[in-house]
Ligand binder design. Structure first.
Ligand SMILES: NC(=O)c1ccc[n+]([C@@H]2O[C@H](COP(=O)([O-])OP(=O)(O)OC[C@H]3O[C@@H](n4cnc5c(N)ncnc54)[C@H](O)[C@@H]3O)[C@@H](O)[C@H]2O)c1
Length: 284
């Protein structure tokens, strides 16, 4: 990791920084010179990532909160301003999901999926834009999903929330472009992260929404062979034949946040190894 770099003097707040895509993004921003606020509800994870960045010569502080609350979203912005004097970049990146057919999704699960996935991004944006506008501009990058473009069966709540994130991205760009604020989204497909392994790793219990009533979670235990076959099918659905790595998503997030992407706003980009360009029907 080197000091200086393209984000020198900038501050990036990354939510869900304790794992997966958020961890890769926080680490990449820091490696390119940004001060990072590593936000996560998991204290151990947030502190681990901030400590690793600092140990590598970068600048980071952990912030432990549920960003899908007003206090959490306001608090992370306040910390960025207090600690580093400015907020230049926000990566809204957390999610939650209840899986299952529409008739099986609980109202609690639906509401929690929207709260964790969409409301979290709204709240981060709501509290970040005044600080960015005061500083003459900034960039917000939201993590959406290919599910927001093309819903998967069994993921109705998550897909709707991610479509909402893409729309929120456009609204942010439209309303705050005149303030010098850009907003973009990334739409990953299958990325090898802890949430992916929770869903498709061996012995999965898929426990994102621990508040859902016991017995209502439609996550039937699958055999090791079935899970292996799902992972292979996920990889085969990519034109590269490989599941994505978090760093590959972080590369797009950080580029969109950079001055090089200064002409781009309001757009949601797939980072999906060609998943969504392929014909859905059978070959002729
Ligand atoms: N992994 C994939 O295949 C994939 C595909 C498409 C989109 N995504 C999206 O990428 C983003 C990151 O996913 P990931 O796979 O890296 O997840 P992950 O499970 O590896 O990490 C998510 C992190 O967010 C934290 N978190 C969750 N809710 C939070 C909250 N309310 N407040 C603060 N922290 C919270 C968790 O503690 C965890 O450290 C999500 O928005 C997800 O929907 C992931």
């Amino acid at each position: 990791m080197t000091l200086g770099g393209q984000f020198a003097g900038k501050t990036a707040v990354v939510t869900g920084a304790g794992s997966g895509i958020g961890e890769a993004t926080a680490t990449t921003f820091a490696a390119r010179g940004a001060n990072v606020v590593a936000v996560d509800k998991n204290a151990t994870a947030a502190e681990r990532v901030a400590a690793a960045i600092t140990a590598a010569g970068g600048s980071a502080v952990p912030y432990v909160t549920d960003v899908a609350t007003e206090e959490g979203a306001a608090g992370m912005v306040e910390l960025a301003l207090r600690e580093f004097g400015t907020l230049s970049i926000l990566h809204n990146n957390v999610f939650g999901m209840e899986t299952g057919l529409l008739e099986d999704i609980t109202v609690l699960g639906w509401n929690e999926t929207l709260r964790l996935t969409l409301t979290s991004a709204f709240l981060g944006t709501k509290y970040a834009v005044p600080a960015m506008a005061d500083a003459g501009g900034g960039v917000i990058v939201n993590t959406a999903s290919v599910a927001g473009m093309q819903p998967y069966p069994g993921l109705a709540a998550y897909s709707a929330a991610k479509a909402g994130v893409m729309s929120l991205t456009r609204s942010t760009a439209i309303e705050y472009g005149p303030e010098g604020i850009r907003a973009c989204a990334v739409c990953p497909s299958t990325v090898e992260t802890s949430s992916f392994l929770q869903m498709f790793g061996e012995g999965t219990t898929a426990t994102w929404l621990t508040s859902a009533p016991p017995g209502r979670r439609p996550s039937p235990p699958r055999t090791a062979e079935e899970l292996k076959a799902i992972r292979a099918a996920k990889a085969a659905a990519h034109l590269t034949g490989k599941i994505l790595r978090p760093e590959q998503v972080a590369a797009l997030v950080t580029w969109l946040a950079s001055d090089e992407a200064g002409g781009i706003t309001g757009v949601s980009y797939p980072v999906d190894a060609g998943l969504t360009i392929q014909a859905a029907g059978p070959a002729v």
